[in-house]
Design a protein around this ligand. Sequence first.
Ligand SMILES: *Cc1c(COP(=O)(O)O)cnc(C)c1O
Length: 342
Amino acid sequence: MGKRLIDLRSDTVTRPSSGMRKSMLAAEVGDDVLGDDPTVGELESRMAELTGKEAALYVVSGTMANLLSLVSQTRRGDEVLMDRNCHIFNYEAAGSAVIGGLQLHPFDREDGFLPLEELPAAVRPENVHHPRTSLVCVENTHNRAGGSIYPFEMMQQVYHFARENGLRVHLDGARLPNAVAETGIPFDKWSSLADSVNICFSKGLGAPVGSVLLSDRETVTRARFWRKRLGGGWRQAGILAAACLYAIEKNVERLKEDHMKAREIADFIADIPGFKLVRKPDTNIVIFQVERGTMDACTLVEKLEEKGILALAFGGNRIRMVTHLDVSFDDIEFFKENFPGT
Ligand SMILES: *Cc1c(COP(=O)(O)O)cnc(C)c1O
């Protein structure tokens, strides 16, 4: 038997299960650029129905779904409001600036939610000097803030504010399934608070590839054009879409288990002197700080790796651990027993 490996770096490390692989093997396929891959079609209609949106577009990544969404709802030179810790601002290689010619307007707030009181002043009055403010982005669950769930009422307030000011709203819901599983608030209720939504299948849902962009027909038509322009048109993508259909049927409810595992890790860490939880996890992401004098985050990551436990140093002497379907409750016990310095 190989050495036990517990990979807590991200929920993107999951491998397709045998059931998922069987569904991929059996998938009917066609040419998706020509619009006749039946499995992609099925995934897109299933997701549109689930989220209450008119149309859907299956794409290669969450980064592409976000980019397509931004460029399809703005003009070059527009300004987009978002929080400074969001994925779009930090981890998408400035695609919205390079490809979309967009200016991003970030707000500082540690918890990843938008400061409602600062929004009115951020909407630019029409004037020859100003960019046009056209879009607001929200992220749910919030990655950098530690998998936190956007409070529904707060998202409602953002949406109403946007509506009143003629702005559109994009929801980066890469991990929206985690919010759905944890709160019991269904996909369509969350999605009703945004004009466009990105949902990833390759995170906690356990599929190998893909995200879906959901919106009105017109926006999705524009996004389809942009996807082709970026070289993202694909052919027998049904093989991958089959894995996503499997994931959305089988793997949403079970995310609650991942949240329990994350809480177990968090409770354990909270009791160890020299370590401090950044916040209690809402979902499957645990972020904690290694306090000065204990050791630095990189050393801890190395020590964990010697035990076969992988985690990510996250900047600011912080460590991130993400639970997922390839980490068992038994693995969490192993983690606790082998945590350095205990
Ligand atoms: C993972 C993630 C994405 C997109 O990720 P890809 O790796 O491009 O699929 C977008 N937004 C958030 C919040 C994410 O966590």
